[in-house]
Design a protein around this ligand. Structure first.
Ligand code: GSH
Length: 227
C-alpha cells in the first residue's frame, strides 16, 4: 500500500503540474499547502523548493516516507506506478517524430518558459499591482524584458505544438500539464494579451478537463494569492 502527499501550495505552477497528473491518473493524494522556503518546504526539499511528493511506503513491514523531489522525476514515477491512462505520446502524435520530443517540450517549458513567464512577467506584475504605486504604463515599462522573453518562448513553443488539439494533437500528455499552469497565470493578468488564437483555443480545450477544474482553486486565475 502506498499513499501520496504533495508538499506545495496550489499557487505553485510546478505543484499544479503534479496535482494535474495525480487527478488525471486517478491517484488519491493529500496536499500540504505551503510556500517555498517555508519550514515545511525546507523539511521536505533540500533547496526548499516546491513540489515534493511524499510517498508513504510499507516495505517488508517497515513503514517509511520517501521524499521524491523535482517534477520531472515525480512524473516519471507516476508513469511507472500508474502507466494508464498514459500521458506519454507515440511517434507520429502531433509534430513528434520520436517520443522523446514530448520530454524535450516539457524541459523547455520548465527551463525557459517558467523563468520568462513567472519571474519575468507574472510575479513582478502582481508585486507592483499589489503595491499600488505604479501606473499600468510604469508596470509595463518595468517588465518589458520579461514580456519580450515570454513572447519569444511562446512563439517557439507554439511552433513545437500541433496546429490543433493538445500540444501533441489528439493525445493529451505531460507537455500539456507542464505548460498549462504557466499560461493560466499569464491569462489571468493583462499580459494575457500575448496569447495567440492557437494558445487560447488550446487553453479552452484544457479548461474542459476534470483535472484542470479540480486544480483551479488556490491559483492566480481563481483570484488566489500565494499561501
Ligand atoms: N526544478 C524544480 C523547480 C521547481 C520550482 O521552481 N518551484 C518553484 C515554485 S513553482 C519554487 O519552489 N521556487 C522557489 C524559488 O524560486 O526560490 C522542479 O522541477 O520541481
Amino acid at each position: 500500500m502506498m499513499s501520496f502527499t504533495v508538499i506545495g501550495t496550489p499557487f505553485s505552477t510546478f505543484t499544479r503540474t503534479i496535482t494535474l497528473g495525480l487527478h488525471y491518473k486517478g491517484l488519491p493524494f493529500n496536499q500540504i499547502s505551503v510556500l517555498p522556503h517555508s519550514e515545511t518546504a525546507d523539511e521536505y526539499h533540500p533547496f526548499g523548493y516546491l513540489p515534493t511528493l511524499a510517498i508513504e511506503t510499507e516495505t517488508g513491514g517497515k513503514e517509511g516516507t520517501l521524499k521524491l523531489r523535482e517534477s520531472l522525476a515525480i512524473v516519471r514515477y507516476f508513469d511507472r506506478v500508474a502507466p494508464q491512462p498514459t500521458l506519454c505520446i507515440s511517434a507520429g502524435d502531433g509534430r513528434a517524430l520520436i517520443e522523446e520530443q514530448m520530454w524535450e517540450f516539457v524541459s523547455m517549458v520548465a527551463s525557459y518558459g517558467f523563468p520568462a513567464i513567472e519571474f519575468g512577467v507574472v510575479k513582478p506584475r502582481m508585486a507592483l499591482t499589489n503595491e499600488g504605486k505604479a501606473t499600468d504604463a510604469e508596470i509595463r515599462e518595468s517588465i518589458n524584458t520579461g514580456v519580450s522573453r515570454s513572447r519569444r518562448f511562446l512563439t517557439i513553443i507554439e511552433e513545437a505544438m500541433s496546429p490543433e488539439g493538445y500540444a501533441f494533437g489528439e493525445k493529451l500528455s505531460w507537455a500539456d500539464f507542464f505548460l498549462y499552469p504557466l499560461l493560466a497565470d499569464l491569462r489571468a493578468i493583462p499580459e494575457g494579451e500575448l496569447l495567440s488564437e492557437r494558445m487560447l483555443a488550446w487553453m479552452e480545450l484544457m479548461d474542459k478537463l476534470e483535472a484542470v477544474k479540480a486544480t483551479t482553486p488556490g491559483t492566480l486565475s481563481a483570484g488566489a494569492r500565494p499561501s
